[in-house]
Design a protein around this ligand. Structure first.
Ligand code: ACO
Length: 334
């Protein structure tokens, strides 16, 4: 039982923002030993979007949240709480949530950033839902937002082709009908996986210095093969467990929305769960891995395209640095 409170939290609106600048695989071909063919075949990524130099993560989050408020017909003052899952905050502090709150002029809310790497959106969604369950808040925004282009070494072909920038936001509101909204969650962390995927400098262990810059320690480092294997296992096991726990067969699931890190990982997870490819939400080909924005941006695009119906059972699943992973079961309520 994830909720003993009076209300379930449901997603009442969803929106996304991707910057205009499109970076195709050809761009990387122009200066690195890589090819469009390799990138598409090994990852499923055809292009990604990059923010401009003077546009930080808060810029993308602000645009996504402004759109969310317009779609739901709300004024910024009606928002109670803003949670921003991100690994690319504008700065170490203040929190990006504070910058976004000021940008949108939300005068009656509080907020914070949450660091769960690629599982950040799932962790933030469950965190936000708790404030709805207890009745403390009625309108909570969870906005996954990233400027991954600021964190990758553009000379490292192993990582730079994988990531993109963008943001996507959901609004959580209460419903007394507990058969809708966020139904269940299975979430994990395992710090022993930290060595396989990290950004080693910039924190208190390795503060910025000439040495950390020279050793390129401010960029994403990963052992791609280990992360790949663990990601398939973690997302499959948590999704299978949540289906079993809620007595749901593959036929009853409308969609699985995996974190978009690699199309081969996502396809392997869906296949193992017995879900056909029409039930796999995908937008990695257009945007690459936007870390905490991948799952809500998929939901937003599919919702805008009229592909999600009220009552649909949807599994969100992710795996990321930490390691962090898990699955959330939703029943679409709008
Ligand atoms: N172009 C051409 N060749 C490349 C490229 C590239 N862009 N990148 C790597 N290669 C090479 C490697 O150097 C290697 O060459 P070698 O055999 O001579 O050493 C070869 O391709 C094969 O490398 P693999 O690592 O086996 O390739 P793989 O098929 O595993 O694909 C990838 C690599 C795409 C990174 C994959 O392992 C992957 O997606 N891993 C998971 C990534 C992930 O989920 N990250 C988590 C998200 S990040 C976060 O949480 C913040």
């Amino acid at each position: 039982m994830i909720n003993s409170g009076q209300f379930n939290a449901y997603i009442s609106e969803v929106s996304h923002f991707f910057p205009e600048k499109v970076i195709t695989n050809k761009y990387f071909e122009s200066y690195l030993d890589t090819s469009d063919e390799w990138i598409v075949e090994r990852t499923g990524i055809k292009e990604r979007r990059f923010l401009e130099k003077d546009q930080p993560t808060s810029y993308a989050a602000t645009r996504a949240i402004e759109k969310l408020l317009v779609k739901r017909g709300l004024s910024p003052d009606e928002i109670d709480l803003i949670i921003i899952p991100t690994v690319s905050p504008d700065m170490v502090y203040p929190a990006t949530a504070c910058i976004v709150q000021n940008n949108i002029g939300a005068k009656n809310c509080w907020g914070f950033d949450l660091e769960g790497a690629c599982s950040g959106f799932l962790f933030a969604l469950i965190t936000g839902a708790q404030f709805i369950h207890t009745g403390m808040h009625k309108k909570v925004i969870v906005c996954g937002a990233e400027k991954m282009s600021a964190l990758v070494n553009m000379q490292d072909r192993n990582t730079c082709v994988l990531f993109g920038d963008g943001a996507a936001a959901v609004l959580l509101e209460p419903t007394e009908d507990k058969s809708y909204g966020i139904i269940d969650a299975i979430l994990h962390i395992d710090g022993s996986g930290g060595k396989y995927l990290n950004q080693p400098a910039g924190g208190s262990l390795n503060p910025a210095s000439i040495e950390t810059v020279e050793k390129k320690m401010h960029f994403v480092h990963q052992d791609g093969r280990t992360v790949y294997k663990e990601a398939v296992k973690g997302m499959y096991e948590s999704s299978a467990e949540i289906m079993k726990k809620n007595n749901l067969s593959p036929d009853e699931i409308a969609y699985i929305v995996p974190h978009q890190a690699n199309l081969r990982i996502m396809t392997a997870v869906a296949e193992r769960l017995g879900l056909p490819k029409e039930k796999l939400m995908v937008n990695i080909h257009k945007y690459g891995n936007t870390t905490s924005a991948t799952i809500p941006s998929c939901l937003s695009e599919y919702w805008e395209e009229g592909k999600i119906k009220k009552g649909d059972y949807i599994i969100l699943t992710s795996f990321g640095a930490g390691f962090t992973w898990g699955a959330i079961l939703l029943r679409w309520a709008i």
